[in-house]
Design a protein around this ligand. Structure first.
Ligand SMILES: NC(=O)c1ccc[n+]([C@@H]2O[C@H](COP(=O)([O-])OP(=O)(O)OC[C@H]3O[C@@H](n4cnc5c(N)ncnc54)[C@H](OP(=O)(O)O)[C@@H]3O)[C@@H](O)[C@H]2O)c1
Length: 261
């Protein structure tokens, strides 16, 4: 019997990348999962199929986190289908990578809606479904919340807000038996990373690896493993924490300029 048998998990942005691997790991451990995506229907469908092959239920929902109405529709669906929720992971993110001096109000508004405002709304919708179930809330940040990265100010500052929100969720929801923690991955080998780094990816990767005590990039599985641990009963007394999964990169003279791109 899996560790999460009978549990229901909603992971935003679970059609690909870190979210997908996390959804599969929860399913392997017995959880039913809602796969959420914004537009890549093929990737989402493929993930659903992989979960069903594991013998678990996979719900599928398309919602742009830029739209409070679509978010509400997703939670109405969960309420109708499951009526309960054990694990909510705010994983999806999107932004316009620009220097601060080039950022327009609409870029900021959109990133903050997708990363920050939507998280508050989704946690507000999750909590009633977690009543009496030792709920788990996880947010996903990045080292750009603490350290400056090129063209990362918009989402980096939104991630900083998310880390702070996580501590407030933990404080407010602790009396209900719900924990809230934040995963802060280092440089994770995903599509988004290759997109962000562009043709400097290899130099960037080599620079990061050379500064990482454990000598490699973060893999999506490293992040998922922590998500599963923090969602387990063994982690029931851990709340309000931001935990880095970066092989020691950020304790090693922070972020060296030679790996900037
Ligand atoms: N990759 C890294 O190196 C790294 C490092 C540190 C932290 N992180 C964080 O880890 C999380 C996952 O990152 P990732 O690289 O695996 O994937 P990602 O590219 O950040 O996110 C991909 C997922 O988010 C969905 N998504 C994007 N914009 C959305 C929107 N407006 N509304 C709803 N869904 C949306 C995508 O759906 P569609 O494909 O359908 O659009 C997809 O399922 C993010 O929070 C990211 O900031 C990543």
């Amino acid at each position: 019997m899996g560790k999460f048998e009978g549990k229901k998990a909603l992971i935003t942005g679970s059609s690909r990348g870190i979210g997908k691997i996390t959804a599969l790991k929860f399913a392997e451990e017995g959880a039913d999962v809602l796969i959420h995506y914004r537009r890549d229907e093929e990737a989402a469908g493929q993930t659903v199929e992989e979960i069903r092959k594991l013998g678990r239920q996979a719900l599928l929902f398309k919602a742009d986190l830029d739209s409070p109405e679509e978010i509400d529709a997703m939670f109405d669906y969960v309420q109708n289908e499951w009526g309960v929720l054990d694990i909510f992971i705010a994983n999806a993110a999107a932004t316009a990578f620009k220097d601060l001096m080039d950022i327009k109000a609409h870029h900021l508004n959109k990133t903050y809606q997708v990363v920050v405002n939507s998280t508050v709304q989704m946690v507000q919708r999750s909590v009633p479904l977690m009543e009496g179930r030792e709920g788990r809330i996880l947010t996903v940040s990045s080292m750009g919340s603490e350290f400056t990265l090129p063209r990362y100010a918009n989402i980096g500052s939104a991630k900083a807000a998310m880390e702070s929100l996580t501590r407030y969720f933990a404080t407010e929801l602790g009396p209900k038996g719900i924990t809230a923690n934040c995963l802060s991955p280092g440089v994770v080998e995903t599509d988004s990373l290759t997109f962000y780094a562009g043709d400097r990816f290899e130099a960037f990767r080599d620079g990061v690896v050379s500064k990482t005590p454990l000598g490699r990039l973060t893999q999506p599985e490293d992040v998922s493993n922590l998500a599963l641990f923090l969602s387990s009963s063994e982690a029931s007394f851990i709340t309000g924490q931001v935990i880095r999964i970066d092989g020691g990169l950020t304790i090693n003279n922070h972020y060296p300029p030679e790996v900037a791109f």
